[in-house]
Design a protein around this ligand. Structure first.
Ligand SMILES: Cc1ncc(C[n+]2csc(CCOP(=O)(O)OP(=O)(O)O)c2C)c(N)n1
Ligand SMILES: [Mg+2]
Length: 388
């Protein structure tokens, strides 16, 4: 006699499976909040306090305001210098002041910064001489400052390569028992580059103390964010590598500093890298050589003007009675002096020896380099003879 499988099941009552305990969520603690962290309203009103992101000390916020004011004035001066032919090119970071300054304020002096071409303001906020900062953009072959002394890598134009450099440096530092942190500035567009993924992955596997700080300013030159990624937010890119992440309102200086402070503490404690995405906006064209009206309309730019990070912090500090008209005027004057000094020094044309281009490529120059050097030397000599 044959029985159907259904009949067999009915005949032997099903044994109850023991209840399995719920497995812990492997992504717990890695995902960012669904909305960017915000501690200040756009009008400068403080939102309810958060235990996970305590408000930075008010002296730090006042100093942040000062550096943002000087930074914005520096930025305007650098843009003006392109029009006078003193700079070859300048990528402005107007509108991104909270990120530019917040990144360096979250660090110790002996931590490392890995900037892109857009971070001139961050480097001046770090205390590097503005003339040195602008040396590369002036058209020189070197970055102007001593990277080892300033703990600041040269400003990187090849997108995302600094993600790998930072992972290596930070790993090396921790390998030697030091608690140095490396902070990488990177743009939204550059997160599509292979080097971003390789850097983050390496840092995660080897627990390198790196903070990857994405300034999502909505554009990669003319390419809008919608054509850059299908991810819910760029911060979500961390989870695939086992890297915790957060997103923050990048035009809220208080939140930017609070979130980066926590990210840096995470890395310094030996817990590996952290990814922060700041939602911000580039108010100016990509560089002075770009015409932004070809790919975005003025309504969009105007809407972001209402979220100005400087006005927001100023309103907050005034509301707390730690900033008044006299202090605002004094800081504005400091910014003017800073810009005037920069203008004056950039107007002096430093003598440049084209042959120095070959000096530091390799410790031992290759035969090709020797040949190229000789070629340039001969061309220069011929040109001098012609002029004579
Ligand atoms: C590897 C590489 N590819 C392309 C470029 C050309 N390029 C220079 S800036 C840029 C846009 C980058 O956008 P994003 O990362 O969002 O930074 P942002 O300029 O907005 O600060 C591109 C494509 C480059 N410099 N390096
Ligand atoms: Mg961008």
């Amino acid at each position: 006699m044959t029985t159907t499988p259904q009949a067999a099941r009915r005949a032997s009552p099903r044994k109850r499976r023991p209840a399995t305990p719920t497995a812990p969520d492997p992504a717990a603690g890695l995902l960012p909040e669904t909305e960017p962290v915000r501690l200040l309203d756009p009008d400068g009103t403080l939102l309810p306090a958060r235990a996970d992101y305590p408000e930075p000390p008010v002296e730090a916020l006042r100093e942040m305001y000062r550096r943002m004011v000087v930074g914005r004035r520096f930025d305007a001066q650098a843009t003006a210098l392109t029009k006078q032919g003193r700079l070859a090119v300048y990528p402005s970071s107007r509108g991104q002041e909270a990120c530019q300054v917040g990144g360096v304020l979250a660090l110790r002096d002996d931590d490392w910064v890995f900037p892109t071409y857009r971070e001139s303001m961050a480097l001046t906020a770090r205390g590097i001489d503005p003339v040195e900062v602008l040396t590369l953009l002036r058209g020189d072959w070197h970055c102007g400052y001593d990277p080892a002394l300033r703990r600041t890598a040269p400003q990187c134009t090849p997108l995302a390569t600094q993600c790998v450099h930072a992972a290596g440096l930070a790993y090396g530092e921790s390998y030697q028992g030091r608690d140095t942190v490396a902070l990488v500035y990177i743009g939204d567009g550059a997160t599509s580059e292979g080097d971003f993924h390789e850097g983050v992955n390496f840092a995660a596997v080897f627990k390198a103390p790196v903070v990857y700080f994405v300034q999502n300013n909505r554009y990669a030159i003319s390419v809008p964010l919608s054509r850059q990624t299908a991810a819910p937010s760029l911060a979500y890119k961390g989870v695939g590598y086992g890297v915790p992440s957060e997103q923050v309102d990048g035009n809220d200086p208080v939140a930017v500093l609070a979130v980066l402070t926590r990210a840096v503490a995470h890395a310094r404690a030996g817990k590996g890298p952290f990814l922060v995405e700041a939602h911000t906006y580039r108010m100016e064209p990509h560089t002075n050589a770009d015409d932004a009206s070809r790919y975005r309309d003025t309504d969009e730019v105007e809407a972001w003007r209402d979220r100005d990070p400087l006005a927001r912090l100023e309103a907050y500090l005034r509301g707390r009675d730690v900033l008044d008209d006299a202090a605002v005027a004094e800081i504005a004057e400091q910014a003017e002096t800073y810009a005037a000094d920069l203008r004056e020094r950039m107007n002096a044309q430093p003598p440049v020896d084209p042959l120095s281009l070959f000096d530091h490529v390799y410790a031992e120059p290759t035969p090709q380099l020797v040949e190229q050097r000789e070629q340039v030397r001969a061309e220069l000599a011929a040109a001098t003879e012609e002029d004579a």
